[in-house]
Design a protein around this ligand. Structure first.
Ligand SMILES: [Zn+2]
Length: 240
């Protein structure tokens, strides 16, 4: 008995079961319970985000390209200068791309049969000449660049440097040369009706947001090379 008492005296006390009543501890407990779920949700969200970035790089770049698709300057697309060996002189001061010569001359001939006298005002223009036309006239006319660009392309951005562009006048109404009034001439009306037969297209129509309407300025789209040159322009919306 005496021995038992001694044993009880040195007995190891039973661990007391304590309940965590502290609100912070309860939150911690809940966090511990839910942590695998939270981890899972974050993992799924991260995966979705990564997949989006990897699978859709084009749409992610859209915000950049939308602001300046095709590297335009003041609404004009860039065009490289045609190599000299592809240029042919069709009359004094008028050189054009060899691909469009026959079609252009044929069109003038057909127009003449209908009593329409087309005049060629400007064909190929070098980047140097375009530089003068843009910057010298800009200065003489006291225009800011955006204002100038509405009526003339900056050097390196003109369809004329490709040899595939041509400006027309009406021989019976020369006062309308390079004027919007050219649209009232018989020559223009004939072009609207017939130019597509010869693969010519009006470049800057009334809907263009950046460049003023130029009824005299047409481009040739009758060869693969020409179509390649104007691919960006044909695929790009110039309005709204
Ligand atoms: Zn032109």
């Amino acid at each position: 008995m005496e021995q038992n008492k001694d044993i009880n005296q040195f007995d190891i006390p039973l661990a007391k079961r304590r309940y965590l009543k502290n609100p912070n501890s309860i939150l911690l407990k809940k966090l511990l319970i839910f942590s695998p779920f939270i981890f899972l949700i974050f993992s799924i969200a991260s995966l979705l985000l990564i997949r989006n970035v990897e699978l859709d790089p084009i749409s992610n770049l859209d915000f950049k390209t939308d602001r300046n698709p095709d590297n335009r300057i003041l609404g004009h697309l860039p065009y490289t200068e045609i190599s000299r060996e592809k240029l042919v002189l069709i009359e004094p001061n008028i050189e054009v791309h060899i691909d469009m010569r026959d079609s252009l001359l044929k069109m003038r001939e057909e127009a003449r049969k209908d009593g329409i006298y087309l005049v060629f005002l400007s064909g190929y223009r070098s980047i140097n000449l375009q530089n003068d036309i843009f910057f010298s006239l800009k200065s003489i006319r006291n225009q800011v660049a955006a204002e100038r660009a509405r009526v003339s392309a900056p050097p390196g951005y003109s369809e004329h440097s490709t040899g595939f562009a041509i400006d027309f006048g009406d021989a019976t109404q020369r006062e309308t040369d390079f004027e919007t009034e050219f649209e009232n001439t018989d020559a223009f009306k004939w072009l609207i009706k017939n130019a597509a037969k010869f693969h010519f297209k009006l470049s800057f129509n009334k809907n263009n947001k950046y460049i003023d309407y130029e009824p005299w300025h047409w481009r040739y789209e009758g060869s693969i090379e020409a179509l390649k040159v104007f691919e960006a322009s044909n695929n790009y919306k110039n309005y709204n």
